[in-house]
Ligand binder design. Sequence first.
Ligand SMILES: *[C@@H]1O[C@H](CO)[C@@H](O)[C@H](O)[C@H]1NC(C)=O
Ligand SMILES: *[C@@H]1O[C@H](CO)[C@@H](O)[C@H](O)[C@H]1NC(C)=O
Ligand SMILES: *[C@@H]1O[C@H](CO)[C@@H](O)[C@H](O)[C@H]1NC(C)=O
Ligand SMILES: *[C@@H]1O[C@H](CO)[C@@H](O)[C@H](O)[C@H]1NC(C)=O
Ligand SMILES: *[C@@H]1O[C@H](CO)[C@@H](O)[C@H](O)[C@H]1NC(C)=O
Ligand SMILES: *[C@@H]1O[C@H](CO)[C@@H](O)[C@H](O)[C@H]1NC(C)=O
Ligand SMILES: *[C@@H]1O[C@H](CO)[C@@H](O)[C@H](O)[C@H]1NC(C)=O
Ligand SMILES: *[C@@H]1O[C@H](CO)[C@@H](O)[C@H](O)[C@H]1NC(C)=O
Ligand SMILES: *[C@@H]1O[C@H](CO)[C@@H](O)[C@H](O)[C@H]1NC(C)=O
Ligand SMILES: *[C@@H]1O[C@H](CO)[C@@H](O)[C@H](O)[C@H]1NC(C)=O
Ligand SMILES: *[C@@H]1O[C@H](CO)[C@@H](O)[C@H](O)[C@H]1NC(C)=O
Ligand SMILES: *[C@@H]1O[C@H](CO)[C@@H](O)[C@H](O)[C@H]1NC(C)=O
Length: 708
Amino acid sequence: MGITLLFLFHSLFCCFFYAHVSISIDAKCHPADIKALKSFANGLDSPVQGWDYGFSDCCKWRGVTCNTPAALKLNDSSVFSRVVALELPQEGLRGNVSESLVDLVYLRTLNLSTNFLSRSLPVNLFSLQSLEVIDLSSNDLSGYAPWNISSSSITFLDISKNKFIGDVDPGFCSTAKQIQVLKLSSNRFHGRVLPGFGNCSSLEHLSLASNFLSGDLPQDLFALFNLKTLELRDNWFSGELSFQLGNLSNLVFLDVSSNNFSRLLPDVFFNLRKLEQFAASSNNFSGVLPVSLCNSPTISSLSLDNNSFSGSIDVINCSAMVRLVSLNLGSNHFTGRIESLSSCHQLRIANLAKNRFEGDFPESFKNLRSLSHFSISRNGLRNLSSALTTLNHCKNLTVLILTFNFYGEIMPANLNLRFENTRLFVIANCGLTGSVPPWLSNSAKLQILDLSWNSLSGEIPSSIGDLRRLFYLDLSNNSLSGSIPRSITQFHSLIDLNNSLKGEIFEGFSFFSRKSQSAGRQYKQLLGMPPLVDLSYNELSGIISAEFGNLRDLHVLDLSNNKLSGKIPNTLSNLTDLESVDLSYNNLTGTIPPSLANLNFLSTFNVAHNHLHGRIPSQGQFRTFPNSSFVSNDDLCGLQTFSCEEESESDDEENSIGEDEDESLRSLVSVPLSFGAAVGFVSTAAVCFFSGMMFPREKKREFRRLRH
Ligand SMILES: *[C@@H]1O[C@H](CO)[C@@H](O)[C@H](O)[C@H]1NC(C)=O
Ligand SMILES: *[C@@H]1O[C@H](CO)[C@@H](O)[C@H](O)[C@H]1NC(C)=O
Ligand SMILES: *[C@@H]1O[C@H](CO)[C@@H](O)[C@H](O)[C@H]1NC(C)=O
Ligand SMILES: *[C@@H]1O[C@H](CO)[C@@H](O)[C@H](O)[C@H]1NC(C)=O
Ligand SMILES: *[C@@H]1O[C@H](CO)[C@@H](O)[C@H](O)[C@H]1NC(C)=O
Ligand SMILES: *[C@@H]1O[C@H](CO)[C@@H](O)[C@H](O)[C@H]1NC(C)=O
Ligand SMILES: *[C@@H]1O[C@H](CO)[C@@H](O)[C@H](O)[C@H]1NC(C)=O
Ligand SMILES: *[C@@H]1O[C@H](CO)[C@@H](O)[C@H](O)[C@H]1NC(C)=O
Ligand SMILES: *[C@@H]1O[C@H](CO)[C@@H](O)[C@H](O)[C@H]1NC(C)=O
Ligand SMILES: *[C@@H]1O[C@H](CO)[C@@H](O)[C@H](O)[C@H]1NC(C)=O
Ligand SMILES: *[C@@H]1O[C@H](CO)[C@@H](O)[C@H](O)[C@H]1NC(C)=O
Ligand SMILES: *[C@@H]1O[C@H](CO)[C@@H](O)[C@H](O)[C@H]1NC(C)=O
C-alpha cells in the first residue's frame, strides 16, 4: 500500500515535472541573461532588430539560442532556459560592447561576425566558463587580443578581419586545450609568434595570414600533429622552413606564400601524405625542387611562383603526381625543356611564365586535354606554328599567354585553327611578322586579344568583328596599315552594356595577385581589365568613323601614332564611360567637339600633333588636361597658353554646354579623376603583368625609334 502510494505520488510528481518543463521551454529565459543581453544592446548605438525588451522571453529574440532546462541541474524552485548562443552576423551592429556580455555564463556560441563593433573587446568576455564558439570576424575591433582567455571549453575562435595589434601569444593553449579552429588572419599582429602552441594539441585549423609577423616559426608549431590547415601567407616570416614540417602529417592545406623564407624547401613531403594544396609563392626559396615534393601522390595544387628555384622540371614525376591539377612555377630560374609535363594528364592550370625554358614547343602537350589556363610567357621557346597546332588540341583552353617567345617567327596564317573555348589570347612582344591571322575569328568566345608589340603588317581583317564577345583588343605597336575596319565599331560586347561575362573568366586563377595592403585594388581575376581598343603605333590611315560612337561600353580608346585623317567624330561623346582617349600623332583636322566635355569619367585626353584648330572645350574634365595634350596643332586655342586672340567662329554642329550644366559638372570632376586614375593604374599593371612586360608606357615611342 505504502509502496503503491509512493509510486502514485512519484508518477504525479513526474507528470507535474514534465508539464512544467514543457511550459518553461516555451516561456522562461533566465532573468540574469535578459539583463546581460539588455546591457549588451544598450551599449549599441542602434537597437537590435527583433529584440523586444517588453517580452520577457529572450530566448525568442533574434540570434539568441537557449538550452532546454532539462539539460541543466535543476533546482525545483527555478526552471529557466539559459542563453547558450548569441549569433548576430551581418546585422549592422555598431557601438561599444565593453563589459556587457559578462553575465552570460552558459554561453557556448558568440557569433557577431560582420558587424561594425568597434573599439576594444569586452575584457571579461572570455572568462565565460562555457564559451565554445566565438566568431567576431569582420568587425572593427582593435586593441590587444584577449590572449588570457581562460575558458577551457573553447573549440572555435575566429577574430580574423579586425584591427587587433600586438603579439600573437598562444599562452592560452595551456588552458584552452580543446581548441580546434583558431583564425587570427587579417589583423595587425606583429613580431615573433611566441611559443605555446604546443599545448593546443587539438588544433586542426590555424590561420595567421595577412599580419606583420616575423622571425622563425616557433618550434612547437610543428608539434601540432592534428593540424589540417596552416595558413601563414602574407607575413614577414623568415629563415628556413624547418624539416620538422614533416611532423605535421595530417596537413591538407599549407600556405606559406608571401613571406621571406629562404634556402631549400625541406625534403619532407613523403611524410605529408594528406597534403592537397601547397603554396610557397613569393618567398626567397632556391635550389632544386625536393624529390618528395615532385613525387607527391596527393598534391593537386602546387604554387611555387616568384622564388629562385632552379634546375630542370624533368624532376616532376607526373606518373607519381596523379592528382596534380594546378601547377604554378612562374617567375623562377627553371631551365631546360617543358616536355615532361605532358604526362601530367590532369593538369588544368599551368603557369610556366618568366623562367628560362627553351626548345621547340613539345607536340606531346596535345595530351593535356584538360588544360584550361596556360602561360609560358617570357621564356625562350621556338616554333609558334607547332605550339598553336598542338594547343589547338586542348579543347578546354580558356586562357593562353605565349608572350615573349618565338622571337622573329612568322605568325602562321594558313592553319585551320579553332580555339573554341579560348577567352584570353595573348601573343605579344614576339616580334612576329606576317599578318593578323584570319583563324582568330573562329574563336567565338574570345574576350581579350593582345597581339601588341609584334611586326604584323597588312590590314586588320574585317572578320575580327565576328568576335562578338571581345571587349579588349590590343593590336598596338605593329605595322598594320589600311583603314580601321568598320567591323571594329560593331563589337557586340562593347555595344551591349549588360555584358556580364567579363569578370568571370579568371575565377580561381590568379595570374594577378597583389598584396591587399597596397594602394591598388586586388585583382585575382580580370575584373580590372577595362574595355579597350588600342590600335596605336601602326600605320593606319583613313578616318575615325562616326560609328565608334556605337561602342558605348568602351573605357580606353588609343588610336595615337597612326596616319588617321578627317575629323574627330562628335559621336565619341556617346561613350559615357570613356576614361582615356589618345588620338595624338595623327593627321586629324577640324575642331575638338565641345560635346566631349560631357564625358565625366575622362581622365586622359590627348590630341597633340595633329592639324586641329578652334576652341579647346573649357568645361568638365577639360579643365584638368595639361597643355601637352594639345600642342603641335594648327590653331587650337582656349587654355592659358593657347589663349584665343578673339572669338573664333565656332563650328555649327556643336550642342554647347550651358552654365547650369557647368555647375553640376564641376562637382563631378573630383570623383571621376580618382576613379579614372585607379582604373588606369590597374589596367596598366594587369597588362604588363600578363605580357611579362614592364616598360612604362612613356617608353613606347623611344623603343619604337630604336626598332625602326
Ligand atoms: C540551487 O539553489 C541553491 C539555493 O538557492 C543554490 O545554492 C544552488 O547553487 C542552486 N543550484 C543550481 C545548480 O543552480
Ligand atoms: C557566424 O555567422 C556567419 C554568417 O552567418 C557564418 O558564415 C559563420 O559560419 C558563423 N560562424 C560560426 C562559428 O558558426
Ligand atoms: C564603453 O563602455 C564602457 C562601459 O559602459 C565604458 O566604461 C567605456 O568607457 C566605454 N568606452 C568608450 C570608448 O566609450
Ligand atoms: C586579461 O587581461 C586584462 C589585461 O590585460 C585584464 O584586465 C583581465 O582581467 C584579464 N582577464 C582574465 C580573465 O584574466
Ligand atoms: C603547456 O602548458 C603547461 C601548463 O599547463 C606549461 O607549463 C607549458 O610550458 C606549456 N607548454 C608550452 C609549449 O607552452
Ligand atoms: C618531430 O618529430 C621528431 C621525430 O619523431 C621528434 O624528434 C621531434 O621532437 C618532433 N618535433 C616536434 C616539434 O614535435
Ligand atoms: C629577408 O631575409 C633576408 C635574409 O635571408 C634579410 O636580409 C632581409 O632583410 C629580409 N627581408 C625582409 C623584408 O624581412
Ligand atoms: C615577388 O616576390 C617579392 C618578394 O620576394 C615581392 O616583393 C613581389 O611583390 C612578388 N611579385 C609578385 C608578382 O607577386
Ligand atoms: C635571398 O636569400 C639569400 C640567401 O639565400 C640572401 O642573400 C638574399 O638577400 C635574399 N633575398 C631577399 C630579397 O631577401
Ligand atoms: C572540359 O571542360 C568541361 C566543362 O568544364 C568538363 O566537363 C570536361 O571534363 C573538360 N574536359 C577535359 C578533357 O577535362
Ligand atoms: C550619339 O551621338 C549623336 C550625336 O551626338 C546623336 O545624334 C545620337 O543620338 C547619339 N546616339 C545615341 C545612341 O546616343
Ligand atoms: C595629312 O592630310 C593631308 C590632307 O588632308 C595630306 O595632304 C597629307 O599628306 C597628310 N599627311 C600625312 C603625314 O599623312
